[in-house]
Design a protein around this ligand. Structure first.
Ligand SMILES: *Cc1c(COP(=O)(O)O)cnc(C)c1O
Length: 380
């Protein structure tokens, strides 16, 4: 029986356990402690951020970001449609309404021209959104500059969901640093993990301080427990921050390994009929967090679901690309601007196993399974 190959499993280095041991030995098991501050500081250095607040998940970071921007009931928030549901759920937590924006084909991320049109139209009607949430998908940055300047033109704050793009670059700088607030995730399947966790980054020191305040039940400075605002229990634990510090040390290796996976897949599979790879946009470097392909069933004789099932039969986990949010039942009443590009990618896309611990033997097995399916499809 072949060993199962997972889509994107955690991959620990050697320092993580040392940091966790330190937390145990000093009894900093309480949800505060020295690893948290150190993790924030080291994260800022690596990502080039000014201030960071470590929290319990990427979703919590997004929720805090929207709260800090004053998003509330009755507001609209523009949001990438081609993404994981966690990008948009916090909009609903705030009682606001998402308006989804389609992707472009060069980055698979928010189409800057479409955003510009949509904001111009809303400005004319005097109904600008309270924020724009921009996603950087699968390790690739969106085309941030035109998006940022359009947002600046209409004075709409930009929030970057860089949950999948830690280690990526846009014109030499990490995504997440361009908007008013940016978020990252350390969920178990991300490029580095704390088992669960997230980070909020910002240039604005007072926003970072407010984020930490809201994340710890909004406790006012007083000897007793005093609260004048609704808060959350969103702070990252000191133990998990220790794992994060260890993972940060291997981030560059993880990016290199995932890019290597992608290159090996492309070299081995690009000649197959009707197969294409997620493009790497010219303005940045993708981490290839997940290696994504698209299939043209007319040419390959295969659709992504057939290929997914064939891989699953060999104990190999692959996954359809994100189903666009405008097609999700939970958002069925929400407006979408465009939508055809993301819908097309969804019908044709598949994510291949992309873990940084994948071996050459694993990749050979995956490639052989895919080649065999193409062969069988061409015979039929
Ligand atoms: C993983 C992810 C999130 C949420 O992060 P969690 O840490 O799992 O809450 C948000 N947005 C995107 C695009 C993600 O992939």
């Amino acid at each position: 029986m072949n060993r199962p190959i997972l889509l994107s499993p955690p991959h620990l280095g050697i320092q993580e356990l040392e940091f966790v041991k330190e937390a145990f030995e000093t009894n900093w098991i309480a949800p505060v402690g020295p690893h948290i501050e150190a993790f924030e500081r080291e994260f800022c250095e690596i990502v080039g951020a000014r201030h960071a607040a470590a929290v319990s998940s990427g979703t919590a970071a997004l929720h805090l970001a929207l709260q800090l921007l004053g998003v509330e009931r009755g507001d609209e928030v523009f949001c990438s449609t081609f993404t994981f549901v966690a990008t948009a759920n916090p909009i609903l937590y705030q009682g606001a309404t998402p308006v989804f924006i389609d992707s472009d084909r060069s980055s698979w991320n928010m189409d800057p021209a479409l955003l510009a049109e949509a904001l111009a139209d809303r400005a004319k009607r005097g109904k600008l959104p309270k924020a724009v949430v921009l996603v950087h998908l699968y390790g690739q940055s969106a085309d941030i500059d035109p998006i940022r300047s359009t947002c600046a033109q209409y004075e709409v704050p930009l929030v970057e969901d860089a949950a999948e793009a830690l280690g990526a670059s846009y014109k030499g700088k990490s995504p997440g640093n361009f908007g008013k607030l940016g978020i990252f995730s350390f969920n178990g399947n991300k490029i580095i993990t704390t088992s669960g966790g997230g980070m909020l980054v910002t240039e604005d020191e007072s926003l970072a301080a407010q984020a930490r305040y809201l994340a710890t039940q909004a406790r006012d400075p007083a000897p007793h427990y005093q609260h004048s605002q609704v808060g959350y229990n969103y702070r990252l634990s000191n133990v998990l921050a220790g794992i994060g510090r260890g993972q940060l040390q291997v981030l560059a290796d993880r990016v290199a390994a995932r890019r290597h996976n992608f290159k090996m897949y492309r070299d081995a599979l690009q000649h197959l009929p009707g197969i294409d790879f997620m493009p790497e946009a010219s303005f940045g470097i993708s981490t290839r967090w997940l290696s994504c392909i698209t299939l043209d069933p007319d040419r390959s004789g295969l659709n992504p679901e057939q290929l997914r099932l064939a891989l699953a039969a060999e104990q190999i986990e692959s996954r359809p690309v994100w189903k666009p949010l405008h097609l999700q039942p939970v958002f069925k009443d929400c407006e979408v601007i465009g939508g055809r590009v993301a819908a097309d990618l969804f019908t044709r896309g598949l994510c291949l196993p992309s873990g940084s611990s994948l071996t050459q033997t694993d990749r050979n097995r995956i490639v052989a399974t895919i080649q065999r399916q193409f062969q069988m499809a061409s015979v039929e």
